[in-house]
Write a protein that binds this ligand. Sequence first.
Ligand SMILES: Cc1ncc(COP(=O)(O)O)c(C=O)c1O
Length: 426
Amino acid sequence: MSAPVTATTATSPPNPPPPRPLNVAAERARTPGSFTGHHFNAAGAALLANGTVEAVIDHLRAESLSGGYEAAKHAAPALEDVYARTAELLGARLEEVALVESATAGWQRAVSALRLRPGDRVLAARSSYVSSALHLLSVERDHGVRVELLPNGPDGAVDLEALEAALRAGPAALVTAAHVPTSSGLVEPASSIGALTGAHGVPFLLDATQSLGQLPVDMGAIGCDLLIGTGRKFLRGPRGTGLLAVRRPLLDRLAPEAPDVRGAVWTAERTWELVPDAKRFELWEAAHALRLGLGAALTALGTLGVDTVSRHLTALAATLRERLSALPGVYVTDPPAAGGAIVTFVVDGLDASEVQRQLTYRRVHLIAVPAGHGRWDMDHRGLTKVVRASVHVYNDQDDLDALVEAVREIVCLQGRGTGSGAGRQE
Ligand SMILES: Cc1ncc(COP(=O)(O)O)c(C=O)c1O
């Protein structure tokens, strides 16, 4: 007999738990780099937490004491756990995840495994990263693939109607977009793109390099078939770590162009078999210490909760955008569809690299992004270089004040003609 349903349970679903606030002071305490200056370069490489550094060093020490193979054997459960953490983060299955050296390494292996042929259409968003674009352009030049750039809508994101029209116009071999590009705080409508590609049965490769760790990314909800990411940015993992996820059934159809002993079994003189999971894209030789560092970073992120982190970063960056916009001579260059943790801007009459240099002098660390890192986006918007500030869980109001005041000072000095003219924009 089933339990009686009370009026309360039938009519009022339980309230969702209130969002957990982020304890910034605790995050700073476990991030020594947050005390050495004002770090706004999470989108380049975020500051590492103590636990991540310790995981790397502990494993290197184990390698020095017992040997690399022996230490790997000992760490096997922890190494396997990195796959589980990654799968959990992406809403993917364990066997769909490959650990690679960088996002670009993942991209190159996945795209070359698609074996694009002459005449194949690739629909690419303007948000595509330089290395992805260059790969596509070389495949176009060398193999006669047709790369079609998707137009943006007025909000600066992929124009979904144009995408649908392009999908209806004929079969496409691939659609790709960067969830968040390198050149602005734009957040592409990943799940709307995924819904359209899904409806047309076209593989969707989402470059989540700049979004993983700062925004929720669930491959199932988004509807992407392939995803690449890097460890060092918003995931706060060590440099030299990256990931590639390929969903079944596409995974079964993709064979790496250059199989490695990690991903294939050499069965007879001229035959081999690929392993059944995404490890077919991996190399046997890997930096185990770094992977364990990534595992520690993923565990820490899981404990905080991506939603909690995302809320904090989005609010902090929104405040920064607002405060920078209010400064005379400063122009925020993010498109209307921006959100998340990245803020880009230019200072009137000053080259972005010069702004970066003068900020570094004031212990505010960020970077300048040249058009060559995102030409499909920046050329289109008439930008030659932008200053990029990106926040993370260890950034607080004090950091924000330091950045905004430093920019204000640079603008004032520039107005008085005392700023260096070395980097003036042409
Ligand atoms: C959007 C985007 N995709 C891909 C990459 C490349 O990542 P990796 O350096 O790990 O290959 C970057 C790096 O900045 C990026 O911003």
